[in-house]
Every structure is written in C-alpha cells, then in structure tokens.
Design a protein around this ligand. Sequence first.
Ligand SMILES: [Ca+2]
Length: 395
Amino acid sequence: MDECSDERGRPQRCMPEFVNAAFNVTVVATNTCGSPPEEYCVQTGATGVTKSCHICDARDPRNHHGAAYLTDYNNQQDTTWWQSQTMLAGIQYPNSINLTLHLGKAFDITYVRLKFHTSRPESFAIYKRTSEGSPWVPYQYYSSSCEKTYQKANSGFVRTGQDEQQALCTDEFSDISPLTGGNVAFSTLEGRPSAYNFDHSPVLQDWVTATDIRVTLNRLNTFGDEVLNDPKVLKSYYYAISDFAVGGRCKCNGHASECMRNDGGRLVCNCKHNTAGDDCQECQPFFNDRLWRRATADSANECLPCECNGKSAECHFDAELYRATGHGGHCRNCADNTDGPNCERCLDNYYRDPDASRCLPCLCNPVGSVSLQCDDRGVCACKAGVTGEKCDTVA
Ligand SMILES: [Ca+2]
C-alpha cells in the first residue's frame, strides 16, 4: 500500500523515511593531513609529558585520515576519522577549513551532528545552501568568543517576533575538554517559537531546507602553550572529526513517500497527488484547478485536474476564475470549435452539433442576416425580405 493515500484511496500526506543523509556521501575537505606524510602528536593536556606521536600518510591505508572517514559507518570499537594538518603547518585562525557535504537534492534537515576525535574547536560554524549556486546561509555558530569571532551575541533561542531564520551563537560546546569524543549536535528547530506550528510556518519550512551543508572550522582550542613555538606542541593541535551526520528526510513537500534515482542518476522524489518536480514542488500539467500547496497533517492538498470536457489537455491556473467559481483551471486550445474556461461552449458564430459534442459554423450570410450568430439549431435571423436558414435567399 502506498502511504500517500489512505485505505479508502483518499490522498493523505506522506514523506520519505528519516535517514542520515550524509551516510557514505563524500565530504569535500579543503585541508587533510598526509600529503606528504607528516607527524602529529596526541594532546594529553599536560605540559612537559612526552607525547605519543604518529604519522598521517594519505597513501597508507592504515594511516590515512581522509574525508571519506567523516561519513563512513560509525563503529565505536574501531573509530575512523578525518584529520587536518597541524598548527605547525599553519592550521589556526585566521586560516579556516571547510568541510562541504553535497546532498544532491533538497532535504528537510532535523539535525547536524559532529563527533570530534580531538577537542572541539574554539570556534566553528555550520552553513547551508538551499540550491546549487545559491549563497551560503549561516545555520549555527559555536564559539567561546561569539562576539569577537562572529559578531553575534551568545544566545540559545530566538524570541517570539524576531527573525526565525537567524543563526544563533552559543559557547556551550566550545570548551577544550573533553580532549576526545566530544559531540556537537545542532537541531534546526530548537529554540525557534514557530516550531510548534511548523505546518503553517513557511519561514521555518524554508529554514530546515538544505541541499548542501558546510562546516567551517575557524579556531582551534589550545592550552595557550603554542606561543612557545615548540614543534611538538604545535603538532598536537589539529582538527579531527570521526563522524559527520545529517538527520533528515528527502524533501518532497508531503507528496511522496520515497526518493529515487532518475534516469540521469539524480535523486528525486517519486511524486504522488498529481504533483511534479524534483521536490514535488509544482502541479503536473493539466492539474491546475487550484494552486500547488504543501501537504499538511490535515489535508493532502493534492493537485486537481482541470475540467475541459474532453476538448483540451492543456490548462493554466486563473486566479480570477478561481475567486469567482472555486475552480481555477482555465483550458487552452479547446478543440472542435469549442471555447470558454472549460471548453463548455461554442466559439462565437458557431452552434452545437446536436448529434455530437462538437460545434459547427453558423455560416449566416453577412448581407442577409441580422447577426452572424445563429440559434442553437443553426438557424440565422434574417433581415426583412430575406429567407432561408442562412438568410441567403431573397423572398
Ligand atoms: Ca568515521
């Protein structure tokens, strides 16, 4: 059974399953350790203690830390992680690193979660895009220096009446401890007043939409000992992330229960409810009797067919007609000499063929007739002294 209609076949809201949209999707990192091989040391937090150091080597399968490790299966027993170069190679503010995830299609994002293999950064930000080529929009800032680094007040929520599409900045997850395994999870709707009325909040519906997610790592946490410029110390500061997860659903506006690859290999919704488009964001041709809308919990808001009495397969939505009649479908190119928004009448100077649904020309003689319009039997009204069905005979 298709979840897009109920047991009686009536349309109802449906949506693809909740997934980790990042799983096995390759992240593009602007910096990764190991080309050429380089040494890094594990941060212990204590100064003067001999640090345990290792090699990052991009060509060695056992010692590489490529971006694919951000979104592979997250096995707690055998952690794999992406890692940047170290502070010795200049990895520190104001230099930054971008981790970019292309989802290939719009998703409704519920959360973005990062699991750090080292300390969480002192400052980093999450951005999103709503289409390929559109500008990056800040989603959330994490910083122990919100004002200084991002010119944002430290705040956990949006007040009622404020812009609900603004990114917040919090210092809650920017401590240097824990030195490994710290999580940061950004919930897209948390702290936003209209989340309780999401079905009727276009602002938040747009806010949770993303085709791409970017994490920008701006500043490493340190103990302050990097000022000594000891190479061993500098090699112990770098970014490392073991898991980058994005919880959400393929965005289909409530009109599909699954997304699939199309012929071109792109991910698209399998649209129902007479909708069309990658995200079921429009009505199918000929289903323009009312404007497209998202499905809600109460109504599927399916697209409805135009009524053209079988005389046309083309129509457009006519707002004025909709206001006047409750049906906005305006038929185009009506066949068989019919006319009207629903091809419901004959063209001017035509009459309905009594044996068929088509219309025939009146052919009233322009000289002998009062009007070129005949009656519904095809009879013309003649001037004085003229007779004949078409008024073409002098009496
Ligand atoms: Ca991993």
